[in-house]
Design a protein around this ligand. Structure first.
Ligand code: GLU
Length: 490
């Protein structure tokens, strides 16, 4: 296909920023960027009862935060303004009128009660057939007369006989017998709103959309939409339906099996690059092997035809692992920037205190970098730095390990004396070596000192290098903690 690549996402601003939307946005964005295309953001806000400004703001902010920049959209305009669907309704109504005049749509005067009765009858027969309105063959003049007389009607699409086939970029050839497709509603009864299936086509036509990549839940909408292009004599876009994102229970991802909104993952401290990488893996793979890849690699390699049609299982363990992979690649400055909000939120330091003690804070953060998966993991590792020296909280496992060492009190006291004589912590590396020699001289094993010492200093069963910790705590605090440990572990 030679037409220029123009793709879009068309979210409805009716809630939080769902990860499904983020993945759809990512794939459309990558496809556009990799094919010199245009990525359009259109907002489907015609459901006035459910659309909110707050949700719209969250979508714009969330996508921008992810770095999925769009070329045309409600905030930046473009050659096909407006990009808010609610502002395009006049055009939709004009197209509806045209479809009626062409005879491909008809007024259905059935009342809601009649429709209910029809549905009940279908259910009783246990044999659903597609809806064909009784008025579909009404004489045009009669139809007009009844409308003029004020009778309410829905405008329905007259589904032709035959079948509708298309080649889905993801799923391959797909065929729907038209006999299974309702004469669907274009414009709701009583001059109500045009429907999604109708206006999405109007807008995609107006915006010259070439490819529609969207969630699989829309697959059954596609034949309806294709038939509309067909009666208008227009080439339909290429469609690609992205596999459902499934929870571990292999049901559609929902709040039950994990967080579904982007905000939750941000609040839990997942690195942005990990979120993007993980979303890309929900239906796509670089080479079937490499799991950690950049957005540049995605853009260079993404083809909709490579997307898998099998449901993508959302593996939280893998997400956590991926988060750690990215977090550990960060520079000290990046790590400080990204973790600071979590440290502030945990009440460990204020922003000003972080600024005042920046060099120290950076070293603290880097000391545990290897042990973090999420930014939000940091406060638990470093919380001990911010408690009184005689009130370090001993993790039960750390304390149990320390108490197993029979010579714990004697060694802690002697070590404190030796440190005091040294007069300073000095170089952490050198202190570590000297300490090991000291342990040998005292006929002890390394864990005899190290386990009680770690418990006294941090209260944690494991953690970063002990001598780095001593260095970060400082001479006085270290001595105070060791003394308190000797008392508390007696
Ligand atoms: N508002 C629809 C959705 O968010 C758009 C679907 C489409 O891309 O056609 O699911």
């Amino acid at each position: 296909m030679s037409r220029p690549v123009r793709v879009r996402i068309a979210p409805s601003p009716t809630g939080t920023v769902h990860l499904g939307l983020c993945r759809t946005a990512l794939f459309n964005w990558a496809f556009a960027r990799g094919h010199e295309g245009t990525f359009v953001l259109r907002i489907e806000d015609t459901d006035a009862g459910r659309s909110t400004q707050e949700s719209l703001d969250a979508i714009l902010e969330g996508l921008r935060w992810l770095g999925l920049d769009w070329d045309e959209g409600p905030d930046i305009g473009g050659p096909h303004v407006p990009y808010m669907q609610s502002e395009r309704v006049d055009g939709h109504r004009a197209t509806a009128q045209k479809l009626l005049e062409m005879g491909v749509a008809y007024r259905d005067f059935s009342t809601p009660e009649q429709l209910d009765a029809w549905r009940a009858e279908q259910e009783a027969r246990k044999q659903m057939v597609a809806y064909r309105g009784e008025d579909r063959d009404l004489d045009a003049a009669e139809s007009q007369r009844r409308a003029d007389a004020g009778e309410e009607f829905a405008l329905r699409f007259r589904i032709p006989d035959g079948e509708t086939s298309f080649t889905d970029l993801v799923r391959g050839d797909v065929t729907f017998p038209n006999a299974e497709i309702d004469d669907w509603v274009l414009v709701r009864r009583g001059g109500g709103n045009p429907t999604y299936n109708f206006v999405v086509v109007c807008d995609d036509i107006d915006m010259q959309i070439s490819h529609v990549l969207r969630g699989e839940e829309h697959l059954t909408n596609t034949p309806k939409q294709i038939l509309l292009y067909s009666v208008l004599g227009l080439e339909a876009p290429d469609f690609g339906h992205l596999p459902l994102m499934l929870g571990k229970d292999r049901k559609k991802l929902s709040k039950r099996t994990g967080d579904t909104s982007l905000g939750d993952y941000r609040a839990n401290g997942y690195p942005k690059a990990a979120i993007l990488n993980f979303l890309a893996l929900q239906g796509w793979a670089l080479d079937g092997e490499t799991e950690v890849f950049s957005m540049e690699q995605l853009v260079q390699n993404f083809e909709a035809t490579d997307v898998s049609k099998a449901g993508a299982v959302f593996d939280m363990d893998k997400f956590g692992w991926l988060a750690g992979e990215y977090l550990r690649q960060e520079s000290p400055a990046e790590l400080v920037e990204h973790t600071a909000p979590f440290v502030i939120e945990a009440g460990l330091l204020t922003a000003d205190q972080i600024a005042d003690r920046r060099a120290w804070f950076e070293r603290v953060v880097v000391s545990v970098q290897e042990r973090l998966n999420l930014y939000a993991d940091l406060p638990a590792w470093i919380g001990h730095f911010f408690v009184a020296d005689d009130a370090v909280v001993y993790d039960p496992k750390a304390e149990k390990g320390a108490r197993k060492r029979d010579r714990r009190v004697e060694l802690l006291e002697a070590y404190a004396g030796w440190l005091k004589e040294r007069g300073s912590i000095g170089d952490a590396l050198e202190l570590g070596e000297a300490t090991k020699a000291w342990v040998q001289e005292h006929d002890a094993k390394i864990p005899d000192l190290f386990q009680p010492l770690r418990c006294a200093l941090t209260g944690q069963p494991g953690g970063p290098d002990l001598f780095q910790t001593l260095d970060l705590l400082g001479f006085e605090a270290s001595l105070a903690r060791i003394a308190a440990g000797a008392r508390r572990l007696a």
